[in-house]
Design a binder for this molecule. Structure first.
Ligand SMILES: Nc1ncnc2c1ncn2[C@@H]1O[C@H](COP(=O)(O)OP(=O)(O)OP(=O)(O)O)[C@@H](O)[C@H]1O
Ligand SMILES: [Mg+2]
Length: 267
């Protein structure tokens, strides 16, 4: 844990990490206009783990891209720690996508270092920081492996390390474990909670797995079918640290069921 000493806690930031007010988005595609998101309002407090679930095509990825500054909404406001995010800024918001989009010609450490090279940080400091992040995600000893030498779960760990390397206070994750087998996925979820608890990040996490949602979240936001709206927000008041045994509890089952009923009503 010593290597985590210089992970800042961002204690000077406002307590509201993300604030979305009356956000709507219309895509102008080749088939005409698509109302993707409609009147979304939500708040994520600093340090909380929020999970978004909803039917395919309801706008989850679109919303995350807006939170990451990768796309701008048609109307409404989106603030990250009190300020708009007009373009990607990995110092403020880190992003991890479904596919571990690593550069195949770079080693694990070089992939993690990559965002720092864009800032022209000193080479030795970059390397050291990358090794710290690889250690944090449980990849000690794999720094010099290339992506094709790593398993799917390991690649996704490298992606998480890369998302954390600039120590952003907010980490957005869009179905990061969807391509993994169930066992690896459970392990990765557990690991992510450990990293989250260690680094005090605000996490917004999209998944289709309701078990994963309940296991990870402080709060689950349920979206309607397109146009996406927030139709329910469910506080997950299970104790932390979460354990696999909790999944068998009535309380866990009840929370999962409530989310499922909301999603089912959309079909
Ligand atoms: N660039 C685009 N141009 C036009 N329409 C788009 C574009 N990107 C997304 N859409 C449409 O917006 C809607 C929301 O898409 P989005 O990818 O955000 O959904 P999602 O909830 O992430 O879905 P999934 O669960 O399948 O990943 C969909 O109807 C999609 O077809
Ligand atoms: Mg998506």
């Amino acid at each position: 844990m010593q290597q985590l000493a210089n992970l800042s806690v961002h204690s000077s930031l406002p307590t509201r990490a993300i604030e979305v007010s009356q956000l709507s988005h219309v895509y102008n595609g080749i088939h005409g206009e698509v109302l993707a998101l409609e009147d979304i309002s939500l708040q994520v407090e600093s340090g909380k783990f929020t999970v978004i679930v909803g039917p395919s095509g309801c706008g989850k990825t679109s919303l995350l891209m807006m939170m990451a500054g990768l796309r701008s909404q048609t109307s409404g406001e989106l603030l990250c720690h009190g300020a708009p995010i007009p373009q990607p800024d990995p110092n403020r918001v880190g992003v991890v996508f479904q596919e571990a989009s690593l550069f195949p010609w770079l080693t694990a450490a070089q992939n993690v270092e990559f965002p720092l090279s864009l800032r022209a940080d000193p080479k030795v400091a970059r390397r050291q920081r990358a090794l710290q992040m690889l250690s944090l995600v449980g990849l000690d000893g794999f720094a010099d492996r290339f992506p094709h030498e790593l398993s799917g779960g390991m690649k996704q760990r490298v992606s998480i390390a890369r998302g954390l390397v600039q120590d952003p206070p907010v980490l957005l994750m869009d179905e990061p474990f969807a391509a993994l087998d169930e066992q690896t996925r459970m392990t990765m979820g557990h690991e992510l909670l450990r990293i989250w608890a260690t680094t005090s990040k605000t996490v917004v996490f999209v998944t289709h797995s309701l078990t994963e949602a309940v296991y990870l979240a402080d709060e689950v936001l349920v979206m309607s079918a397109r146009p996406g709206r927030i139709i329910d927000r469910i506080a997950i008041d299970l104790p932390r640290p979460r354990t696999y045994e909790m999944m068998a509890s009535d309380k866990f089952g009840g929370l999962r069921e409530r989310i499922w009923q909301q999603i089912r009503s959309q079909h």
